[in-house]
Ligand binder design. Structure first.
Ligand code: GLC
Ligand code: CA
Length: 551
């Protein structure tokens, strides 16, 4: 298997707005990232992914960019960014940016000019359409509720927005749009960034003629705008724009199945190094992202296993259960109560011993949990607010909507990082832009650092193991099948080395069945007194263990 730095490293995701406020305005900023850079480096991670930090009116917290070559006012200056990049590099880490080029902000200069008149030279930078029979151009729906079209009074035409109405979609068929994107990519590469996480990259190509979607769902139209006819060409264009630089690319690919993604990440003819897939994080969702349903553990294990098998030697996995768009993994796939810490360790063991690059969402490493704000006025996320408004308009009782928001809102992941038990969790000196999770008095970095048995210390050990044992990075994958439902067990093999992981993904006792091996050396376990003996291994609730044997 081809070696690469982005296979060997762990990625740490920084959502700057919620990370650390250095100047007392309640908003996390680049100064805060600099302040806590040693904390990140001490975790042992090799790559930092920064969510968008570009100039933005923040309708969608930076995913609505008004200037790709400026830093968001609240976050700091370009000088500070340059300083941060140098500081990251001097600690032996790399930094990747979020590239958001499916859409811009409605305040971007291109859109201001585009909307001003049908004759504007920027008109075709976006997707404009007259109404059809006095109504919308087609039946596509937005990811953030409601139709994907907005009527613009200035010219009487509609523009397409797959996300909020303040995020108009760029027209990738326009060659000038493509070359603008190439220039933006070169601008950041010349600064020295080490790659990009590419936002909704497989939505760039819309079906010609913008035909109606053929299914009627919360996302009607997805068959016409996801993985469209020119998508490979556009993704290749993005890739080629980076040629000559040693970079890593990770595509966010929503609405794409295993086969589609296997094509995108194919080492010979693919266009990205790895892709964020949505299969595992959709298993506990029914109709849309605000419809929680119970997780089928068997399907959960099978999903991980099938991606492992399919991409082994033929692609590379992006391993995650959390990010800024998903609720906190411990609350969702583990437990919040007395088993919080043990279940957080077990989920981490899963993600860090499969084949692929693990992604840690800030706060995950201390086992941060979901928040349940008392009222809708405490929520900030545009998707959450739109959903609430839409359900209320449809006549639903507000009290019935809130529990779904508690379980599913993206704001669960966006509460301030809990640095200490001090006011505002040590995030800053002023009231933060979004409420702090009340559990900060017990769940915080300071107390995790002081406790040798904490989730944080466990993450550090897991990350360190990756550097000591190439089998964790490059070993192949085989599932140890025929386990009880809550048990997930697998082997990774590199030459004569076998790494074995056993996980109890539940709160009931279970038994793992593993092959007899002579010389097992325990590397890590979620319970300190675990002993890897025999072929039938009893597992306590959320017990996880990793051992190695060399034959
Ligand atoms: C991606 C981002 C999400 C954003 C959306 C629109 O899914 O991760 O946060 O809202 O794209 O840019
Ligand atoms: Ca600030």
């Amino acid at each position: 298997m081809r070696q690469a730095w982005w296979k060997e490293a762990v990625v740490y995701q920084v959502y700057t707005r919620s990370f650390k406020d250095s100047n007392g305005d309640g908003i996390g900023d680049l100064g805060g990232v600099l302040e806590k850079l040693d904390y990140i480096a001490d975790l042992g991670v090799g790559i930092i992914w920064l969510n968008p930090i570009y100039r933005s009116p923040n309708d969608d917290n930076g995913y609505d960019i008004s200037d790709y070559r400026q830093i968001m006012n609240e976050f700091g200056t370009m000088r500070l960014f340059d300083e941060l990049l140098a500081a990251v590099h001097s600690r032996g880490m790399r930094l990747i940016m979020d590239l958001v080029v499916n859409h811009t902000s409605d305040e971007h200069e291109w859109f201001r000019r585009s909307r001003s008149s049908k004759e504007s030279e920027f008109r075709d930078y976006y997707i404009w359409h007259p109404g059809k029979e006095g109504g919308l151009p087609n039946n596509w729906r937005s990811f953030f509720e409601g139709p994907a079209w907005e009527l613009d009074p200035a010219t009487g035409e509609y523009y397409l927005h797959l996300f909020s109405r303040r995020q108009p979609d760029l027209n990738w068929e326009n060659e000038r749009v493509r070359s603008e994107v190439r220039d933006i990519i070169r601008f950041w590469l010349e600064k020295g960034v080490d790659g990009f996480r590419m936002d909704v990259i497989n939505l760039l190509s819309k079906a010609p003629g913008l035909p109606d979607g053929t299914d009627f769902s919360s996302l009607t139209g997805h068959d016409q705008f996801a993985n469209g006819p020119r998508i490979s060409e556009y993704m290749r264009f993005v890739k080629d724009s980076m040629s000559g630089y040693d970079v890593m690319t990770v595509g966010e690919t929503t609405l794409a199945d295993l086969e589609t993604i296997a094509g995108y990440v194919n080492p010979e003819h693919g266009t990205v190094d790895m892709a964020i897939n949505f299969e595992q994080v959709s298993l506990d969702r029914g109709q849309g992202v605000f419809d929680p349903i119970p997780l089928d553990l068997r399907a959960f294990k099978e999903s991980f296993a099938s991606w492992q098998r399919r991409l082994d030697g033929r692609g590379w996995n992006c391993l995650y259960l959390s990010n800024h768009d998903q609720p906190r993994q411990v609350s969702r796939f583990g437990e919040d109560g007395p088993n919080r810490s043990i279940s957080a360790k077990t989920l981490a063991t899963l993600l860090h011993t499969l084949q692929g690059t693990p992604f840690i969402m800030q706060g995950e490493e201390i086992g941060m949990t979901n928040v349940a704000f008392g009222g809708i006025d405490e929520y900030r996320d545009v998707a959450t607010l739109n959903y609430y408004r839409e359900r209320v308009a449809a006549g639903e009782d507000p009290a019935a909507i809130l529990p779904r928001i508690h379980a599913c809102s993206r704001d669960n992941a966006r509460t301030p990082v809990q640095w200490s038990a001090e006011p505002y969790a040590g995030f800053g000196s002023a009231e933060p832009w979004i409420g702090v999770n009340p559990d900060y008095t017990t769940v915080n970095v300071e107390s995790e650092l002081a406790d040798p048995d904490s989730v944080l210390q466990y993450y550090r050990r897991l990350i360190a193991l990756r550097k000591e044992h190439p089998v964790i990075v490059y070993g192949d994958f085989s599932e140890l099948t025929d386990q009880e439902i809550p048990v997930f067990a697998f082997e990774r093999r590199l030459d004569a080395t076998v790494l074995t992981t056993v996980l109890n993904l539940s709160t009931t006792d279970a038994v793992a069945v593993v092959p007899e091996e002579e010389d097992r050396r325990l590397l890590l376990a979620s319970y300190a007194d675990f002993e890897p003996r025999g072929s039938r291994i009893p597992l306590r609730p959320w017990e996880a263990a990793v051992w190695i044997s060399e034959s």
